[in-house]
Design a protein around this ligand. Structure first.
Ligand code: FES
Length: 623
């Protein structure tokens, strides 16, 4: 049985496979936010020839069904079929994303006064060559040379020993030995390399970022970023965990993200003519689930009460244990995690923000696929995950998408005509709305009276933009060649839930530590989303606290910045361990008070408008 795509590609199909599975097996990827459960409606395709049956039509509209639109994850062909995959359903992975380099990272590192001290230290050794009268083993011989320079009790892995005999002889017994932690030998080289390199990697749920760094001077050589191809198994960590617990799933997810890293790395080292052997260490940071998946550790218990990860503090393991295409013995340091939903990305964020060194109180918010908060100073740190969900990344929103070309990123609405003016990434035809566009849209709809405080459409306005769609009421954001982009009442509900979770988390955590919002000296916003966030509008909808705007600062991607610092400095790695060790995690999901805070925050901006004095004033002036 064959599947013919409009691109001309012909795929086959195995027995019992649905179309989503058949596509994936043959390298054709669709947006599949719910991981193929028939819930998200993102994997729509159109079958225009051939027989098929569907297990479910989800929320597809009758006129779509009539024209052959189906959910790929719920559809089984019964003959050869011809399929059209619309642009918005296509998942283009492997694309190297344009990312802005975090500015002045090296400057920041230098100003911290820390010295360059990468993971691998090197010593020069002169080993006495063997003779017929002195033929003790090579290893005993090497140990004697190490003891002579006071390096005792070193351990030697099988990987190191398997090539040692040849390497010693090739170097005529004068070698450079690389070791980690003062206890384990990892490399032997005939001479010191002029330049050595390291990789700092941020494994995000949505994107993977790799920094190639010169370890001799700390300079950033190159940067690569791509979507985390695990997206094809679902958008959020929960669907990935569920997939990982199925047979073979964990290995598949591990291989997927390691392949992403290899695909980013190889062109970079080629471009700069760097030999693989000169890459000597790697640091990764990611949330707890991503870290478990990278190391092939069962993440299953992360999502089951009482929410325990396998481990938070990771030994330094080797690159070959996961299949990174660099030297087998290259040590990989993992930024430690705190709890099941507060990972190394947040610890790296704290390091990069330097909040753990300051006496004033800082609130750190990472608004990404999930939403984590840290509050504290140089004496204490308290953290929580808010379960905000990935809606700001486009998941669970009818025309939601990530902040890539074609995404509506900002919106204003004319208060008289209710006509939106859009700004679209890449100045192209809009194909969806990204997180910042959603926040803008909600703010504008609220301020122009299109929606009420509960996010419900106000009927009777003189506009045809509010209409009844097949999922209920919706607002027409744009219409282009018959393709409408709408925000439905269900979408608005999901966005309000996400913003309420963020605000409730902040509000509860501040109270838990016995402070008020006025006690917070600065608020740091991190995460890819933070790059595009309009603070004023995020305050108007009640997602961020209504405090003086000068307290807010964007930090960009702090997960990669923290990983970069750990790659360069032993002191930073020690600080990472300290930060992770002293952070107190508050489990919000089981807190009744969190539910109360959350319910109050579901309104625009909040049921207690007194918490938003500037928004109150704005609304009063508007009336
Ligand atoms: S409905 Fe098919 S992947 Fe979600």
């Amino acid at each position: 049985m064959h599947i013919r795509l409009t691109s001309g590609k012909i795929l086959d199909r195995m027995k019992d496979e649905n179309l989503l599975q058949a596509f994936k097996r043959q390298g054709v990827y669709l947006v599949a936010s719910c991981g193929g459960k028939g819930i998200c409606g993102k994997c729509r395709i159109r079958i225009f020839r051939g027989e098929y049956h569907t297990a479910s039509q989800g929320k597809l509209h009758a006129h779509d069904i009539e024209s052959g639109v189906v959910l790929a994850c719920q559809t089984f062909p019964e003959s050869d079929i011809s399929v059209d995959i619309p642009k918005e359903s296509q998942l283009v992975l492997g694309d190297v994303l344009e990312i802005s380099r975090t500015k002045d990272l090296l400057e920041t590192f230098r100003s911290s006064g820390k010295t360059l001290s990468p993971l691998v230290k090197w010593v020069s050794l002169e080993v006495t060559p063997p003779t017929i009268d002195d033929n003790i083993s090579d290893l005993e011989r090497l140990k004697k040379s190490l003891e002579a320079i006071c390096l005792k009790d070193m351990s030697f892995s099988h990987g190191f020993l398997s090539t040692m005999a040849t390497e010693l002889r090739e170097a005529r017994w004068k070698v450079h030995l690389g070791y980690i932690d003062g206890t384990e030998a990892v490399f032997l080289a005939p001479s010191a390399s002029k330049d050595t390199y390291g990789l700092a990697v941020d494994i995000g749920t949505t994107t993977v970022v790799v920094y190639l760094v010169n370890l001799k001077d700390g300079s950033l050589v190159d940067v690569g970023s791509t979507y985390n191809s695990q997206i094809r198994y679902g958008d959020d960590v929960i669907t990935r965990i569920m997939y990982a617990t199925e047979a073979g799933g964990l290995k598949e997810l591990q291989d997927t993200v390691v392949t992403d890293m290899n695909n980013l790395l190889m062109p970079m080292i080629e471009r700069h003519a760097i030999a693989k052997k000169d890459i000597e260490s790697v640091v990764i940071s990611g949330n707890t689930t991503m870290t478990h998946l990278f190391w092939g550790l069962n993440p299953g218990f992360i999502r089951e009460e009482p929410y325990t990860p396998t481990l938070n503090f990771f030994p330094v393991w080797k690159a070959d244990s996961v299949g990174l295409k660099i030297g087998k013995q290259v040590p990989v340091y993992t930024v430690p995690c705190v709890a099941s939903y507060v990972g190394g990305d947040i610890v790296a964020g704290v390091l990069a923000s330097n909040m753990h060194k300051q006496s004033g109180i800082t609130l750190f918010m990472d608004i990404g696929t999930n939403g984590e908060i840290v509050i504290g100073n140089n004496e204490w740190l308290v953290t929580a995950a808010c379960s905000a969900g990935p809606c700001f990344e486009g998941s669970g929103i009818r025309h939601g998408m990530r902040a890539t070309e074609g995404a509506v990123e900002s919106i204003t609405i004319n208060p008289q005509t209710f006509t939106p003016s859009l700004s679209v990434i890449g100045n192209s035809t809009p194909i969806g709305i990204c997180g910042s566009g959603m926040i803008d849209a909600i703010t504008e709809m609220f301020l122009t009276g299109v929606i009420d405080q509960k996010g419900k459409f106000i009927r009777g306005l003189t506009t045809k933009r509010i209409r009844d769609g097949f999922e209920g009421p919706e607002f027409l954001v744009s219409s282009n060649e018959g393709k409408d982009i709408v925000l439905t009442e269900v979408d608005i509900e999901n966005i309000l839930r996400a913003k309420a979770a963020m605000y409730a988390g902040v509000s509860l955590l501040v109270k838990k530590v016995g402070l008020t919002l006025n006690d917070i000296e600065q608020i740091f916003i991190a995460g890819g989303f933070g790059n595009y966030l309009n603070i004023e509008k995020a305050i108007i909808i009640g997602m961020l606290p209504d405090v003086p705007r000068e307290k807010f600062r964007f930090l960009g991607n702090t997960a990669i910045a923290g990983a970069y610092f750990c790659l360069l400095s032993e002191k930073m790695r020690e600080e990472a361990e300290e930060v992770a060790g002293k952070m107190t995690n508050v489990e919000l999901s089981v807190s009744r008070r969190f539910m109360d805070e959350y319910m109050s925050a579901l309104f625009l901006p909040h049921t207690d408008i007194g918490q938003f004095p500037t928004v109150k004033k704005l609304l009063r002036n508007k009336d």
